[in-house]
Design a protein around this ligand. Sequence first.
Ligand SMILES: [Zn+2]
Length: 520
Amino acid sequence: MAALLLAAQTGISPDPDVDVVHYEFNIDLNDTTNFIICTSGIIVNFKSPVNSVAFDLDNPDAEGKGMKVSSIVVNGKNAEWEHSGNRLRIKASEMKGKGSPSEIRISYSGIPSDGLIISGNKFGNRTFFADHWPDRASAYLPVVDHPGDKATVEFIITAPSHYEVVASGYLIEESDLPAGKKLTHWKEEVPLPVKVMTFGAADFAIRLAGHAAGVPVWTWVYPENIREGFNDYAVALKPLEFYSGLIGPYSYEKLANVQSKTIFGGLENAGCIFYSENSVTGQGKAENLIAHEIAHQWFGNSVTEGDWHHIWLSEGFATYLTSVYNEMTYGKEKLKESMMLARTRVLRSSEKTPRPVIDTTITNLMELLSTNSYQKGAWVLHMLRSEVGEETFWKGMRLFYDRFRNGNAVTDDFRIVMEEVSGRDLKNFFHQWLFVAGEPNLKISLAAGKKTGETDIVIEQIQDYLFSFDLEIQINDRGSSRVVTVHISDKTTRISIKAGSGIEIIPDPGIKLLFRRVTA
Ligand SMILES: [Zn+2]
């Protein structure tokens, strides 16, 4: 845990003049030590000619973990470097500007402190699993470890021949080498953020679960879990088909669902999702987890947040789309249930630590995995859906995906798309829900009306920042029931209704608003 948190503290913004186009990672694994031997080829475009470039790569620490560079070649010529503070600075005079990409080849070796998990699995078998999120790849790979610089990638893995090797992309070579080794080469032709590039090597049982929306879906599980795993992971066909219809075409060559040693419950690696090894139970309990990680293939992986603090565009979207998958597969009540649960969690969290969803004060990237990014992000989408209407909302989601597919987007990009499809100014909506901490705290009471036969409903916002929103109120009056919609933007809003004082009111009966009801 400590090592994990230490590794997650960098998150240096990428140099805007540097654009990595392609990574080729050659990694040699063995069965006797955790020492890996690597050559990484990196193709980079520079805006203008430069004579130095820096990548993130952990240098050896006091315990000897980290990577030691042995040679660097830039455009065919040996180059010099400095490697300290987990930054590798390469000096060369041959790196030209735009239109003339440079090829940098870095040879290095070492024991990864993180990013590549080398360990025994639950059955005692040795396994290797890349686990990059958020910026842990640079513990063993020289990269621009930031979601804003996407690149295509190849993993060329040499390992003892008993390992099966899976990775992002499609398989282009598997061949035996001398001395009981095997080379496995996977290539991804769609640009990815480094956080979701991946490979894994283990003893696997492999099965084609089927095709969904034309995409081959594979299951990779430990051979000891073959029956349970093939059964549990096959459900992936359903959300993949569903999101393809709802949002747009899936972006990658295949989808592999992989039992793994990821430190997370699931890690949405592009086209190669890793699930924790205990996700396989044989009882089909992983459907929500699988639906969440598959939703990330659209949002997070294909449309990637341009900077870390916009991560709700990844986690909030995956969380909400999972609820929508359940709504449209198992019924509307499922959506209400999950939004109520999410609301409870958001309120509990904002009471303890009120922070905006987009919180640029966060420097430990692991803290981005918060209720704000997931559940409040999902609530923002849920409220936006009510705000602009069903058809417009999904039109906007599809347009956002289409426009930023395999690229990067920030919150403003999403807002502009939603303004375009709705013809509305949504600046205040986005501002209050994403950049302001907390949510409306409403004191709702009944008062005698001015005229006889009337009762007033008084709604008071008791927090400092005044939100602007519609609140539905269900009025139960002597066996009959109706819903009124009240627009609220002031400190106190008072409406008169034709009813006696014996009415019962239920605010937000349809679960459409993120708010706290204050009784005091
Ligand atoms: Zn997620």
